[in-house]
Design a protein around this ligand. Structure first.
Ligand code: BG6
Ligand code: MG
Length: 217
């Protein structure tokens, strides 16, 4: 019995996953790591510093940089990302998601945001969606990021719900693992999410009826 939905933001609500990719691609070029589709996919849902570590390790540069140098690289990536999202407007809400959020609101479901991004509050404001949500999990408070269940457990708490009554929406493999480990119903959007209980190819297909159909089917 689902009473609330915990939303990932980048690549689920906002068309911003490509901007994270673009900015990290630049970091990879700078440190000398070859940028591949697989690396891009593996970075989805992963926190800023963990993403940087993945990029450095992929090139065999895990030991090459000091903590201070890593902080600089991460800041440069975020500055680039902030530049890319500066002009974000409600038109950058992914297809069908505004309609889905309205449907959930109308039917009095609880809503929360479970994004690894420290930029999530800014983006929600730019998309004019802040008021839809009971709350946003602050990723700075987490002991471990996705795929750890903590962020989706906290997203249930924000809504005052037990995880068994929560569905989580994700476009990343790490996020689906997080939802499943939290004991919630996982809804995957994208092509490489085999572990998701419910699957959609694109955001446009997501609706309460479509979710129920897959649950029964
Ligand atoms: C996730 C994105 O939502 O947030 C990742 O999928 C990103 O690509 C992560 O690295 C952290 O974002 P930020 O904005 O705090 O650097
Ligand atoms: Mg995402």
């Amino acid at each position: 019995n689902i009473k609330g939905f915990a939303f990932d933001l980048d690549g689920v609500i906002a068309d911003t996953a490509r901007f994270h990719g673009q900015a990290w691609h630049q970091t990879a070029d700078e440190v000398g790591t070859v940028w591949t589709d697989e690396l891009a996919e593996n970075l989805k849902g992963i926190s800023r510093m963990d993403s940087l570590e993945l990029i450095l390790n992929a090139g065999g540069y895990g030991q090459k940089y000091t903590t201070a140098q890593k902080e600089t690289l991460a800041t440069q990536k975020n500055d680039k990302y902030l530049e890319l999202i500066k002009t974000l407007t409600p038109a950058d809400i992914l297809p069908g998601m505004k309609k889905f959020l309205d449907e959930l609101k109308d039917q009095q479901y609880h809503l929360s945001v479970a994004s690894a991004s420290k930029n999530a509050p800014t983006i929600l404001k730019q998309l004019k969606l802040t008021d839809y949500f009971d709350g946003i999990v602050d990723p700075a408070t987490l002991h471990a990021g996705k795929p750890d269940p903590e962020i989706f457990v906290k997203a249930a708490e924000v809504m005052g719900l037990d995880p068994v009554n929560v569905a989580g929406l994700e476009d990343s493999s790490a996020g689906i693992t997080s939802i499943n480990s939290a004991g919630e119903l996982s809804i995957g959007i994208g092509s490489q999410l085999n572990e998701a209980k419910i699957k959609f190819a694109v955001t446009d297909e997501v609706s309460l009826v479509a979710i129920k159909t897959q649950l029964i089917g």
